[in-house]
Structure formats: C-alpha cells, structure tokens
Design a protein around this ligand. Structure first.
Ligand SMILES: Cc1ncc(COP(=O)(O)O)c(C=O)c1O
Length: 390
C-alpha cells in the first residue's frame, strides 16, 4: 500500500486553486508588461491590476483606491503598524501603541521595534485562557496619547476570533487608528470593512488558495501612511516596487472565489473540524482543546497534550504522511514555547506539547479518521517511552 499523504496544515498555507493558476498564467509570458509602463503592454497589465483591485474592493466593501498591493501578510502588517506610527510622529501626535500578545510577529515585532528604537510606548493587552481580548481592557488601555491599535481578527495558533467590530468602534470613538491582521480570517470570515469598522486590514493570498508572496492592505481613505518601503511612486507613493501582476491577478481571483463559494466551503470546514476535535478528545484521554470552543476559525483545531514534545509528535505524524504543526509555521522547529500559549496561561511544558491541525477544501472524513488513529497511537507511544518535555 502506498504511503498516505494527508495535509492538515492549511493555516500555514493552502494549495493554489487550479482556476486561480489558470487566471495568472497569461501574465507571466503573454501579457508580461510592467503595469507602470505607458505603452500597450504596460496598459494591458495595468488593466489586469486595476480589475483585480476592483474585485478585492468589492469583497472588502471599499473603494479600489483604498487597496494597496504588497508582498504578503508580513509586509501589509509592517506597512500598517509602522506607517501609521511614523505618521503619528510626523504630525506630532501621541506615540502610544496598543496590541495583544496574540499577534503574529509581523505586528508584534514591528510594535516592539517601534518601542525599542523609536521611543514609542507599547501596551500589550492581557487575554483570557481561550485567547479572547476583553473590550473593557482595551478601553482601559486606550489613553490620550494612543494613536494606533492593532488586534488580529483570528489567531493562527489557537484559532480564536476577536470581537473586531466592537474593538474598532471603541477605537473610533477615541480617534485611534485601528488595524486588524485578517490574514487567517480571510477566506473564512466576513471582510466587509464598513461592518467591521476598521481603518486598516491585512490579507495574504496564500492563506485562501492563492499564490504565495502577494497580499493586500486596506487603508481607509484619508489615512496617510509613511511608506515602510521607499522607492518608486507605485501605489500612489504608498508602496514602492514593480507590481507583481500575476500574483495580484491570483490574489483577487482567489479572494473572489473564496467569497463566492464561502457557504459551501465553510460548511465543509466545520464538519471536518468538528469531527477532528470530537475524535481527538475522545481517542486521546488527556487531550485538551486550546483556544475558544465556539469563537474559532471554521478550519482550526488545536490541542494541548500531557508530556508530549511537539516536535517529536510532528516527526511521528510526518513519518505516517500527516502534515501538521505545533503552532505557527514560522515557529516549527523552534525549541522555545509559543508566546501565544504562554499568554493564554499555559505552563511552559503544556506550551511545548501543542498540536495544530487545520482542515481544507480537500480534507475528507477518511483523512480525519486516519489522522486521529495515528495521533492517538503516537501520543501514547511518546508518553509511554517518557519522551515528553518534563
Ligand atoms: C496571522 C498572520 N499574520 C501574518 C502572517 C504573515 O503572512 P505572510 O506569510 O503572507 O507574510 C501570517 C502567516 O502565517 C499569519 O498567520
């Protein structure tokens, strides 16, 4: 029997949808002009970029001019947080930033860098045991000098989703710019920026069946960001660099497909995720679900086991053809426990015994049943052999 290959790491990345790839291909070697060139080749590429911008704007419910193309989620987050912070400094406004311990490093380290090297004051809000930010805590942290707040829509490690509309409304009342990292939410949760009330929002194509290395940042009209990347006057002077035409076409088409087909995919994700959560909790006696039991991404299941070294578990699963992760893709192989799990109140040992499984469009009930059997077997073996972290 050939080795099975079961991909349960869709929060790390998704395969590019074949329809998206087809839409991108002509922009590599047929319509390859530089969208900034004024000749016919350039105009054709520019048309594709502007059509893509309109498609994205229709999902975000914003104006096309409010969408900036970037190289992915990390760059969008950097541009939002650093760009807004530098603009506050340029205008002589307050230099206080509010964020959470849940943020991806693209936000967390950017905010910390602003505090370390540029004199900003940083407040990192507390979160509860399931990873929820308390709106009251946010209100209490926002003061006269607060200018930027960045709180993620959905967490990549535990899947918990935040009450973004409530948090953004509070920020608005106090004149604070509100950014949300919607990289994990995009393709699964509503992205209407008017309903959410956000000022800035980051997305990345490879999380919703688009290509890697391309993303977008929504920036509400009237907000002036200092560019993170300076150079040419692309994107109205807000982000320098030749536009990635095939990537942008892929990003827009992947986003459109994800929202045209949202109901069908979400239903499938939830059925697969709930089967996974239910079976792991039944088959592995000491398994605990991490993150919020209901307010979580439709694709996301994450667990803490007793006395399991995550890296060892992942190795066992990989040998049986199961691709999983211990938390964020950027942290796999890192011997340090996840800051997110520590912030949720887990001990160091628990935080080193985590497993994240994220389902996708092609996940089947059969895949889940096989994966759960292997997980149960591997956890038992590691525990019996005393190869855990304690
Ligand atoms: C919540 C979150 N933000 C930002 C990023 C970075 O996105 P990219 O890989 O496109 O740079 C990721 C990637 O895993 C993520 O999960």
């Amino acid at each position: 029997m050939s080795k099975r290959a079961i991909y349960l790491d869709h929060s790390a990345t998704t395969p590019t949808d074949a329809r998206v790839l087809d839409a991108m291909l002509p922009y590599f070697n047929e319509s390859y002009g530089n969208p900034s060139s004024s000749h016919g080749f350039g105009r054709k590429a520019d048309r594709a970029v502007e059509d893509a911008r309109e498609m994205i704007a229709s999902v975000f419910n914003c104006k096309p001019s409010e969408v900036i193309f970037t190289s992915g989620g990390s760059e969008s987050d950097n541009l939002a947080v650093r760009g807004a912070a530098w603009d506050a400094r340029r205008r002589g406004k307050g230099l206080h930033i509010v964020t959470t311990p849940l943020e991806h490093d693209a936000v967390g380290k950017t905010a910390k860098q602003l505090a370390d090297v540029a004199g900003f004051e940083l407040t990192v809000l507390p979160v509860d045991h399931v990873g929820l930010v308390d709106v009251e805590d946010f209100a209490a942290a926002c003061g006269e000098s607060t200018t930027v707040a960045s709180i993620m829509y959905a967490n990549n490690e535990v899947g918990t989703t935040q009450p973004i509309a409530q948090l953004a409304a509070l920020a608005k009342e106090r004149g604070i710019l509100f950014h949300t990292d919607a990289v994990q939410a995009a393709g699964q949760l509503m992205l209407d920026v008017k309903t959410l009330g956000v000022d800035m929002m980051s997305v990345s194509a490879h999380k919703f069946y688009g290509p890697k290395g391309v993303g977008a940042l929504y920036v509400r009209e009237g907000i002036d960001l200092v560019p993170s990347q300076s150079g040419g006057s692309h994107e109205n002077g807000r982000r320098a660099g030749t536009l990635n035409t095939p990537g942008i076409v892929g990003l827009a088409y992947a986003l459109k497909l994800a929202y045209d087909e949202l109901e069908q995919h979400t239903q499938h994700y939830q059925v697969m995720r709930d089967r996974l959560i239910g079976s792991v909790l039944t088959r592995v006696p000491d398994a605990r679900l991490s993150g919020h039991p209901e307010r979580r991404l439709p694709t996301h299941a994450s667990f803490i086991f007793n006395d399991i070294n995550s890296d060892m578990l992942l190795m066992h699963l990989d040998m049986k053809g199961i691709a999983a992760s211990s938390g964020s893709a950027c942290k796999t192989g890192n011997p340090e426990p996840s800051n997110v799990l520590l912030a949720l109140g887990y001990s160091r040992e628990d935080a080193l015994s985590s497993l994240r499984l994220t389902v996708g469009r092609s996940t089947t009930a059969n895949d889940i049943d096989y994966a759960v059997e292997i997980i149960a077997e591997s956890v038992e073996k590691i525990q019996q052999l005393g190869l855990g972290v304690r």
